[in-house]
Design a protein around this ligand. Structure first.
Ligand code: COA
Length: 183
């Protein structure tokens, strides 16, 4: 029998409920031979904060199913401080998309700038068999969150096509979106 706690766990949740923040100072051990933060280390932190956020939203263990495009525009130097913020954008059936943003500043909080962002997809899995399980919905609260919610379906279709999980002709939201430009 499904318990009251399980019913509550499936209630749709506000984006703000699981928004998560992490701060790191770049140490020599985090860098490449040019003394810039190594891209793989940044991606690791992005994965961790995205997973914490998704786990909080789903109230369960989650696994990373995919990461969308990440680009590195400029180096991040030793001693700089990065702040990673993660928020859920939309939930599907057993997966949830999180948006992770990275900002950089020096130790005094000066020279603040946005460094990267990426969309991660996490799948909630059950404790026993690690099989996918249903996730609660996401309630966007402001225009920015609504925009991310709206566009999430298109990003999902792109990644499922690229992963070979659906055929391009099955990406109905994407087809509708692009056909609007033809009119
Ligand atoms: C992710 C994983 C649980 C999916 O298992 P599966 O048997 O393919 O399960 P399903 O077909 O039911 O898919 C489950 C969900 O994953 C999503 N998914 C699977 N592959 C995906 C991909 N490449 N990109 C985005 N979503 C994906 C599906 O769309 C589905 O989401 P939905 O229920 O919201 O529609 C499984 O592939 C896995 O455990 N992968 C390893 C995860 C891991 O270890 N990550 C760390 C990397 S080292």
């Amino acid at each position: 029998m499904i318990t009251f706690a399980e019913i509550m766990q499936m209630e749709p949740k506000l984006v703000s409920t699981s928004r998560s923040v992490m701060t790191e100072m770049i140490m020599p051990n985090d860098t490449n031979p040019l003394h810039h933060l190594m891209g793989g280390n940044l991606m690791r932190w992005m994965d961790i904060i995205g997973g914490i956020c998704a786990g909080k939203h789903c109230e369960s263990h989650v696994v990373t199913a995919s990461v969308d495009h990440v680009s590195f525009h400029e180096g991040i130097e030793v001693g700089e401080v990065i702040t990673l913020t993660a928020q859920v954008t939309r939930a599907f059936n057993t997966s949830v998309e999180t948006f992770v943003e990275v900002h950089v500043a020096d130790i005094k909080g000066h020279n603040s700038r946005k460094s990267n962002h990426a969309y991660f997809t996490f799948v909630a899995v059950d404790e026993k068999n690690h099989r996918p399980q249903k996730v609660p919905g996401v309630i966007p609260e402001n225009p920015e969150e609504e925009k991310l919610f709206e566009s999430a379906q298109r990003r999902r279709e792109v990644r499922l096509v690229l992963a070979g999980r659906i055929k391009p002709e099955e990406a109905s939201e994407l087809i509708d979106y692009f056909s609007a430009f033809d009119e």
